[in-house]
Design a protein around this ligand. Structure first.
Ligand code: UDP
Length: 326
């Protein structure tokens, strides 16, 4: 039985990944410091409370287990916070990841799946964005992820560490079976915030800017279901395990929805009123981010199962209602 290490397996995407890996019969080990994750979100396998900042702990972990693959979800993800406190982002997202990579090199270079982001591209020069789009991140969060992508290229060349970088566009939705969902604190993402406004946990949703160069003036994003994202991780891991070279993929559904369209869809799905306030632009938001995921579809044979926005929102709504008893 293969043993897979999931770092950040108690978080929003990591916990969904642990659940999916368990269905494939893998032995899953979750490493999480529970700074942002929840112990009860880890539905099986071994749980290790620990931190990538601690190299001795990492050394023990890699001595105790022989990992067939490693997936890394444990990053800080708030763009605004990364601008205010870049040290926190470079420390966690870069320095801690380096600790991990060096430990992996010392333990036989297991294949590595890295959670990257559309934020590495910065302001789009064309849309949809393919893998070759220039990388000019405009905030420390995006730069921290782009640094690791470049470091991975060097580690492959020098040490033979094989990796797949998965550049998520807007991860959204919840476990289709309703057991897991988004529990960020504070929450900054559009869909959970809109649903909190629908359920009454929040009084309103603020639309950040209506003067963008888009048909309705609000920002357009490409929302991808968290389950579909995890499916790509599985496919990517299988490819690396068969000895395929390192690779990067952009991951989205290829269709963009504006903030206003998301709110309208949420009204339809929930049947609830959603109070909306029109606010100022949030700094660092490009007008339009849509993925060209042709490569992932062609090379990995990836087929998203929950590509439509209504289903993505319905699953997130199911979680909001069940978990928060609304
Ligand atoms: N957004 C908004 N109000 C909110 C949160 C987000 O209008 O309370 C907008 C945000 O400006 C962006 C889109 O919704 O255009 C998606 O933002 P989110 O933070 O979910 O993801 P991001 O695109 O930043 O990764």
């Amino acid at each position: 039985m293969k043993t897979i290490l999931v770092i950040g397996g108690a978080g929003y995407i990591g916990s969904q990944m642990v659940k999916l890996l368990l269905t494939t019969g893998c032995h899953v080990v979750t490493l999480d410091n529970l700074s942002h994750g929840y112990r009860d979100a880890v539905l099986g396998g071994d749980f290790v409370l620990g931190d990538l900042a601690n190299r001795t702990e990492l050394e023990h972990l890699f001595t105790r287990y022989t990992f067939a693959g490693v997936m890394h979800f444990a990053s800080f993800i708030e763009v605004g916070e990364s601008v205010r406190d870049p040290g926190k982002y470079y420390q966690n997202n870069v320095a801690c990841t380096l600790n991990l990579l060096d430990t992996m090199v010392a333990h036989g270079c297991p294949p590595f799946i890295f959670s990257s982001t559309a934020a590495i591209f910065g302001e789009p020069q064309y849309v949809p964005l393919d893998e070759a789009h220039p990388k000019q991140p405009i905030n420390p969060y995006g730069r921290s992820k782009w640094m690791i992508e470049q470091i991975l290229t060097d580690y492959d060349r020098a040490y033979g560490l094989k990796s797949t970088c998965l550049r998520y566009f807007n991860a959204a939705g919840a476990d289709p079976e309703g057991h897991l969902g988004e529990r960020h604190d504070p929450e900054t993402h559009l869909i959970p915030l809109v649903l909190q406004a629908a359920s009454g946990r929040r009084s309103q949703i603020t639309v950040f800017g209506q003067d963008y160069e888009t048909p309705d003036g609000t920002c357009i994003r490409d929302y991808i279901h968290v389950y579909d994202l995890c499916q790509v991780h599985l496919l990517a891991l299988e490819q690396l395990l068969t000895g395929k070279p390192s690779v990067v993929y952009n991951l989205g559904n290829g269709s963009g929805f504006s903030v206003k369209q998301v709110i309208e869809m949420a009204k339809e799905v929930t049947g609830r009123d959603i109070p909306v306030v029109l606010g100022q632009r949030r700094s660092g938001d490009p007008a339009r981010l849509v993925a060209d995921s042709t490569l992932a579809r062609q090379v990995l044979g990836w087929q998203p199962q929950y590509a439509d926005l209504a289903t993505i929102i319905a699953h997130a709504w199911q979680w909001e209602r069940r978990h928060f008893k609304r």
